[in-house]
Each structure stands twice: as C-alpha cells, then as structure tokens.
Design a protein around this ligand. Structure first.
Ligand code: GCO
Ligand code: MG
Length: 410
C-alpha cells in the first residue's frame, strides 16, 4: 500500500502571499493544496506544521473521506477559518494525488463534466462613471461575459474593491492592501453609498444594455433594512446578484432582505462549513453559495454543501479573488465543471509572477473557464522560484465611519 510519506508547507509572495501544502506519497506521487487565509497566513502554516502533518504521515492517501473526518471530528475543535483552510489544503492535495494515481482530471472523479466551461465574472471598477466604463470595456475586450461593478462613493476616499483607474488592456489588482505592519484604514458612509449606487447601475445599463450579467458586492456593510432598501432600489437594473449585503454571521438577517426584494442574493466567502448555510439554504434565503474550496474544508466538503443547496435550487458562485492561489482556483474549477447546480465563477487573473510560481493548465476562453484535462488538478509549483519571493505581512483594510471614526462592518 502506498502511504503519505511527506507533507511540506510553502509560503511564497509573488506579489501577494500564498500558503501551499505539498503531500508526497511513498510511490513519489505529489499533490498540492491551497492553505491561503488572507492576512492570517501564518496561523494556517502553524496549524498544518504543528498539528496536522504529523498525523498524516503513514496514512493511505487514497482514503480522502476518512482523512477529512479524522481531521474534522478528531480535533474536537470544529469549524473556523484556520481549521477549515488547513483541512481544505489536505483534502485538495489528496484529490490531486488521486487524480494522478488514476490518470484522470479531478472533475472526472467527481462525476465527470456537466458543461463545457464555467461562466466567469471579472471585476470592473472606477473612481467615476467614465473610468468605470473604460474598465467594463476592458473586461468585455478580454472576453468576459459577466461583470462585477464597484465604484467610488462621492465624498469618500479609497473604497475597498475599487482599483486605481485602469489603462486599456492592463491587469489590475486592488490587493494586497498596501503592505504594512498594520492594516490601512478606509472611511465609510452607508447613506452616501445607498444614495449613489443606483445611479451607477442606471448609467451602466444605459451604456451597455440589459443583456450583460452585472454583479455587485456590498461587502457585509449594511443592516438588514439598509440591504432591503438597496435590493429594492437596484431591482430595475436586473442584477445577476447582490453579494454579502449584511454581515455573514447572522443567517436570519437575510429573511428581512429576502422578503423585501427580488434582487438575487449571494453570500458565503467568509463561511467555512455547511452549518453557516443551514438556514439560508433550507429557507431559500439566497440564490448563490459564495464559498471558496480553500476556506470551506476542500472539494469534499464544498461538494456536499452544493448537493444540499441543489435540493433548494441554489447555485454556486465560488469565491475566486487573487488571494485564492492558482491551486485553490483549479480546485474550484474542477468542482464547477462537475456539479449540476453551477452558477458562475469569480475570476481575477493572477499576476505574471504568481503564474510563474504556479504553472496552471486552466484556460479562459470566450468568457468560460476550464480546468484542463491533465491528471489531478493540473497545477505545478515551482519551489525554487517560489523561495525567491519572501513572505511580507499584508492585511486587509479596516473600515471606519467617516462621520466619527466608529469601526464598521465590511
Ligand atoms: C470578493 C471579495 C474579496 C475579498 C478578499 C478577502 O468578492 O472577491 O470580497 O475581495 O474581500 O478575497 O480576502
Ligand atoms: Mg466579496
């Protein structure tokens, strides 16, 4: 029997920080998992090195479900982003290994292809309407068939999710959030935002028409009532979804929003188990599951969440920003292709340096992503190059109210 012989954790920073788990079997087969938790990277490194890796050595790499249950139930301390990112990395690495052992891309092991590609959405943003239009046009020129819209708010400074204005053809990334020993602080005013956003969508619809799927991320900043007001005011502009309108901890909050608006709702990038979705799914309070494979215990766990969601006609819209490594992105794509209730996949292209460290085989063509047909996940990690990009702490920003500096949800 082949066993897990070695597991190593690598940290690299080709433009932003990534944590990668590499598992090697006694037969010399290797598998990769993404363990990146933005702004809290080293906590997952410690969890893996100190508590998980010693337990993995000698186990059968083929028994993915048993290893998952062993790590989840065995720890006693269940759930939480650090634990679930660490378990996810092991799970994804074992799926990669199983794919290589069987000579199949992972999506074949998940039931095969349900579609020819995964509809992707890109991030357009702008400091004003003309620069937003330029950014939307850039995305259309790159082939995107669905676009997320974020804009500055008059009277406020830098708003998270709004990149500096984009030159044609140029790739952009609004993260890492200005590397520094402490997080940068941004200012916020929900009233100004609620007053401004509908006019942005009106302008975009007038210019680009009603066919283009448009998305928006509220980044957990609203109360249920404010979210209901926003959802209603955006109804004329037919959004594909309104994401994270209220803070994620309180599932019941979405009852109020849901009962007041037909704007489709998505939530879950900060969730880490099926229990974060229990009320949302059984009461059909959302339309899309926003989890990342990387933060939800891996392919095995997210597949189960999606099967549960399928019973309630809820679809996937997996998290895919650039702080999910190409390994995590590939894992999401295999799931996207396999599950029946796929909805859309977030996609921000990684930097050239990142894509040199992680050699990927996924493709983006005609608005659709495909994981490729290489055995396993289809991602190679260049350890030597990775080592040349040293880890630098980088934090997500903190949000304070413009009026009086109170710390605000975001
Ligand atoms: C999104 C997100 C990201 C997250 C980031 C956190 O919808 O893509 O909101 O920008 O904030 O990934 O690490
Ligand atoms: Mg988001």
């Amino acid at each position: 029997m082949s066993t897990i012989e070695r597991a190593e954790v690598f940290v690299t920073s080709p433009g932003r920080n990534f944590v990668t788990l590499k598992i090697t079997t006694s037969d010399g087969v290797t598998g990769l998992g993404d363990a990146t938790l933005n702004g809290r990277e080293l906590s997952v490194v410690a969890y893996l090195n100190e508590h998980i890796i010693p337990m993995l050595i000698g186990r059968d790499p083929q028994n993915i479900e048993d290893t998952w249950q062993y790590l989840y139930r065995g720890a006693y301390w269940r759930r939480g982003p650090v634990t679930m990112a660490a378990i996810a990395a092991v799970d994804v690495a074992l799926w990669d290994i199983k794919g290589k052992i069987t000579g199949q891309p992972v999506y074949q092991l998940l039931g095969g292809a349900s579609r020819t590609g995964a509809l992707a959405y890109g991030h357009a943003s702008g400091s004003d309407i003309p620069s937003l239009f330029t950014s939307i046009q850039n995305h259309l020129d790159q082939g995107f068939k669905a676009i997320r819209i974020q804009t500055a708010v008059p009277g406020l400074g830098q708003v998270y999710g709004v990149a500096s204005d984009q030159a044609p053809g140029q790739r952009y990334d609004y993260e890492p959030a200005k590397r520094s020993a402490v997080p940068v602080e941004e200012e916020w005013d929900t009233t100004a935002y609620l007053n401004h956003l509908p006019s942005v969508f009106a302008a975009v619809r007038e210019k680009f028409g009603y066919e283009l799927p448009l998305l928006h991320d509220g980044h957990h900043r609203m109360t249920p009532n404010q979210a209901a007001i926003l959802g209603k005011s955006l109804e004329p502009y037919k959004l594909f979804w309104l994401e994270d309108c209220t803070p994620g901890e309180n599932q019941e909050a979405l009852r109020r929003v849901r009962s007041q608006t037909t704007t489709p709702l998505a939530i879950g990038e900060v969730f880490n188990t099926v229990f974060d979705y229990q009320t949302l799914i059984t009461e059909q309070l959302i339309d899309y599951v926003r989890s990342a494979v990387t933060h939800t215990g891996g392919i095995s766990a997210l597949k189960k969440i999606m099967d549960f969601a399928a019973i309630y006609q809820i679809k996937s819209g997996f998290h895919g920003p650039t702080d999910i490594s190409p390994v995590g992105m590939a894992a999401a794509l295999h799931l996207d292709i396999a599950i029946h209730n796929f909805g859309i996949q977030e996609y921000m292209k990684h930097s050239a340096d990142t894509l040199e460290v992680f050699e990927t085989s996924y493709t983006f063509e005609n608005g659709l992503l495909h994981p490729g047909t290489n055995p396993g996940l289809g991602v190679e990690y260049n350890e030597e190059l990775a080592a040349s990009f040293e880890y630098t702490p980088a934090y997500l920003p903190v949000n304070r109210l413009k009026l009086d500096g109170t710390i605000h949800d975001w």
